[in-house]
Design a protein around this ligand. Structure first.
Ligand code: NAD
Ligand code: IPM
Ligand code: MN
Length: 351
């Protein structure tokens, strides 16, 4: 029997994870689900944001479902030594799982264009896959320090790191429309010069059927909202991918519609891209769609159950039509929306 470890985390994490778990139980009743601590609450209970009890549980996991970690700007957690902060727990988790490729789909479902703040003709049919490198760049490994009035971080990549994530992007493009846009800042950064060179060389060696182009990150930040339909697969380094994917959330209409799958060496990690939303935590109004759609990605990529994944995606789209949450201009709370998804799951597919 497959085993899924859930890590609800902080803020709205437990609220949206509870909704996601209900859906997972409904569509995959044979899956064993076990919960473990991560983030700020794990620090409170165990003195570390990624405690041993959680690390041990991962060894048995077929997939991991994460909520969110982190506190508000004035949280005492932000004054802890950096390795003890909630976000460090998340980074350590990604590293422990070896999840170097973070898939962040940006999709406007037919009939849901009205949820986007963009003009319907711009939003219609958007289907972008952002492949964000997740274990390198300025986030990991290089020198980093704050020392009085001077601070630095180091952005660093190796050819091996670039190639392994680019392969995932090319593979994904082969199942889609065959186009990859590699995003960098090669006009300024040496790291981007290497990134561009290695992505292009890999394309020329092994993926000649893929159409590859290169764009600068500042320009993409404009074009992704001004003309989103020009993109199929976007591949980029860790920090650029973090920023571009929150920006791209504007296209479907909310961060609450952005799921993700992080794939790599072992069990996959599935999580909404949004944070712990301290401003709405505990109110029961968070949009659980991204967490539920992450269950869809878990079923598809983690457990190889694409029928169940499609079923979940369809139920979310139906629930969004009838019961949009407040972040989307509707009135549904977390409970109402989740119930609508569960009800849609019980409705047979039409057509
Ligand atoms: P955030 O994503 O938590 O919130 C940004 C805005 O979007 C807020 O107004 C919030 O209410 C809204 N929002 C986000 N998700 C929503 C949802 N599902 N439904 C309705 N509204 C939603 O970003 P932030 O405020 O910059 O960060 C808060 C904390 O979360 C910080 O501690 C940060 O480090 C952490 N964080 C964690 C993750 C993660 O766990 N993967 C991701 C991003 C930020
Ligand atoms: C995300 C978050 C994380 C990141 C933080 C909380 C470490 O913003 O998952 O997008 O920067 O990767
Ligand atoms: Mn982010």
């Amino acid at each position: 029997m497959p085993k899924v470890i859930t890590l609800p985390g902080d803020g709205i994490g437990p609220e949206v994870t509870a909704a996601a778990v209900e859906v997972l139980r409904e569509v995959a009743p044979d899956v064993t689900i076990e919960e473990r601590p991560i983030g700020g609450l794990a620090y409170e209970a165990h003195g570390e944001p990624f405690p041993q009890v959680t690390q041990d549980a991962l060894k048995e996991a077929d997939a991991v479902l994460l909520g969110t970690v982190g506190g508000a700007h004035d949280s005492p957690w932000n004054k802890l030594e950096r390795r003890l902060r909630p976000e460090s727990g998340l980074l350590a988790l990604r590293k422990a799982l070896g999840c170097y490729a973070n898939l962040r789909p940006v999709r406007v479902q037919p009939g849901l264009e009205h949820l986007s703040p963009l003009k319907p003709q711009l939003a219609r049919g958007v289907d972008i896959l952002i492949v964000r490198e997740l274990l390198g760049g300025v986030y990991f490994d290089g020198d980093r320090k704050i020392d009085g009035d001077t601070a630095y971080n180091t952005m660093r990549y190796t050819t091996a790191e670039v190639e392994r994530v680019a392969k995932v992007a090319f593979w994904a493009a082969e199942q889609r429309r065959g186009r990859v846009t590699s995003v960098d800042k090669a006009n300024v950064l040496e790291v981007s010069e290497l990134w561009r060179r290695d992505v292009q060389a890999l394309r020329d060696r092994e993926y000649r059927s893929i159409h590859l182009n290169h764009e600068y990150v500042d320009s993409v930040a404009m074009l992704i909202v001004a003309d989103p339909s020009r993109y199929d697969v976007i591949v980029t380094e860790n920090l650029f991918g973090d920023i571009l994917s929150d920006l791209a959330a504007v296209i479907p209409g909310s961060l609450g519609l952005m799921p993700s799958a992080s794939l790599g060496d072992g069990a996959g990690l599935f999580e909404p891209i949004h944070g712990s939303a301290p401003d709405i935590a505990g109110k029961g109004i968070a949009n659980p769609a991204a967490a539920i759609m992450s269950v869809g990605m878990l079923l598809r990529h983690g457990l190889k159950r694409s029928d169940a994944a499609n079923h979940v995606d369809r139920a979310v789209a139906l629930a969004l039509r009838e019961h949009p949450t407040r972040d989307l201009g509707g009135t549904a709370d977390t409970r109402t929306f989740t119930r609508a998804v569960l009800e849609s799951l019980g409705t047979p597919a039409v057509g």
